[in-house]
Design a protein around this ligand. Structure first.
Ligand SMILES: *Cc1c(COP(=O)(O)O)cnc(C)c1O
Length: 418
């Protein structure tokens, strides 16, 4: 496989962009090679600047559930562009998308559109704090909610409930407002509520964790979170930036039949454009300016091009519910190929991870038992076989509607050989 052009592009990028990338995972550090620079993508395929073609299972980290450059989406976006790229004033398109979101996710009665998942989560937490008048939040180790200060934290030592910064540049004061629990551990959540129940504004959770590899919630865990938050006057926030419109059209709320107080969306909801959303019960969302006292704003929020891509993507998903059963089945076929190799496989719908460990992965500690060197070797082997998977053990594999039976078969063979 030729990679000279990508490697040269990477050296050039490093002159002007920190690490040569605009988001760290793209640098391929975890797999010890230079990243591929992408020229274009279509359907299930992605093409790099050296002319290599790959079957893509990163799918822009989730948004491209219809496959790349889906025709109805591209056509709608082209038309929208001709009317102007941004107005900084309301459009009917925003109401249309908001209506589609509230219809798909009944927990959302009102919704705000923003430009990234990070922004959606950060704003949802501010609203939760404004609504409850409390300051602390609970998050789970190994769950990712974007890069806002209060969420780049790790558990403090020993009996301390407060977290500490997990990134330089995050003040201890921000980290201290976040309490860290263990995914799938009821005890760890109960302990935090015992110690801090008067101060906990919200528990935020990835209903299927997909940022430490895919880790499923154990039976009853989400219902337990619903229950303990309700009993203690705290809000339950489902971070559905990955799971929304992915597990099924109604996301994790529908998939697990749990009604959180707030939901954050991103990735698929923008159809590949920078768009995300957060919403919840009307009573909660009314704390937001201009009606309420919680400030949140955005020059490009509800951008007409991004909103158009979102609307068209959701329309396609809604009109073709058979997409979900097909991508689930294809994901299961891939899961079977990984199991045959003796790997640990976690799958929810079209999201899956194969872990290079002998132990079942149910939380962050068990995810960390993986042999990342073996993953790096597998990754390179897959690339050579023309298959682009996540350049990290701790990211999900995404199956899209554009993956054909032939793509899946080729991938199964590559898995067996790598
Ligand atoms: C990707 C992701 C985010 C952050 O979204 P960005 O658009 O990258 O800021 C937040 N939460 C979850 C669960 C995610 O997967």
């Amino acid at each position: 496989m030729k990679t000279q052009k990508s490697s040269a592009a990477f050296r050039e990028a490093q002159k002007y962009i920190p690490g040569g990338v605009n988001s760290p995972v793209r640098a391929f550090k975890a797999v010890g090679r230079d990243p591929l620079f992408i020229d274009r993508a279509l359907g299930s395929r992605i093409y790099d600047i050296d002319g290599n073609e790959f079957i893509d299972y990163v799918c822009s980290w989730g948004p491209c559930i219809l496959g790349h450059a889906s025709e109805p989406v591209i056509e709608a976006v082209k038309k929208a562009c001709e009317k102007g790229l941004s107005f900084g004033a309301p459009t009917e398109l925003e109401t249309e998308l908001a209506g589609m979101i509230t219809e798909a996710v009944p927990a959302i009665e009102q919704v705000r559109l923003v430009s990234s998942g990070t922004e959606a989560v950060m704003s949802a937490i501010r609203a939760a704090r404004g609504y409850t008048g409390r300051n602390k939040i609970v998050k789970f180790r190994g769950n990712y909610h974007g890069h806002s200060d209060g969420l780049l934290v790790k558990a403090g030592s020993g009996l301390m409930t407060e977290s500490v910064p997990d990134s330089a540049g995050v003040p201890e004061g921000y980290a201290a407002c976040t309490l860290t629990a263990e995914y799938n551990s009821r005890d760890s959540v109960e302990r935090l509520f015992e110690a801090e129940k008067e101060d906990i504004a919200a528990v935020i959770v990835e209903p299927v964790a997909a940022n430490m590899g895919v880790v499923l919630p154990e039976e009853g865990f989400l219902a337990f979170l619903r229950d303990i938050t309700e009993k203690n006057g705290a809000l339950l926030i489902f971070d559905e930036v990955i799971t929304g419109f992915r597990l099924c059209y109604g996301g994790a709320c529908d998939y697990f039949r749990i009604k959180p107080d707030m939901v954050t969306l991103g990735k698929i909801v923008g159809g590949g454009m920078p768009l995300a959303a957060y919403g919840g019960a009307r009573e909660i969302m009314e704390v937001l300016a201009p009606n309420g006292e919680v400030y949140q704003a955005g020059t490009l929020s509800g951008n007409p091009i991004a909103v158009t891509a979102g609307i068209q993507t959701l329309k396609e998903l809604k009109a073709h519910p058979e997409i979900y059963s097909r991508i689930d089945q294809n994901a299961e076929t891939l899961a079977g190929a990984f199991r045959k190799k003796g790997l640990q496989v976690n799958r929810a719908g079209s999201l899956l991870s194969a872990f290079f460990t002998d132990r079942p992965v149910r939380d962050y500690a068990s995810a960390l038992t993986c042999d990342t060197k073996k993953y790096a070797k597998y990754f390179s082997g897959m690339l050579e076989a023309g298959i682009y998977v996540a350049p990290s053990q701790f990211e999900a594999m995404f199956v899209s509607a554009a993956h054909t039976q032939e793509d899946i078969q080729r991938t199964v063979e590559a898995i067996a050989g790598n």
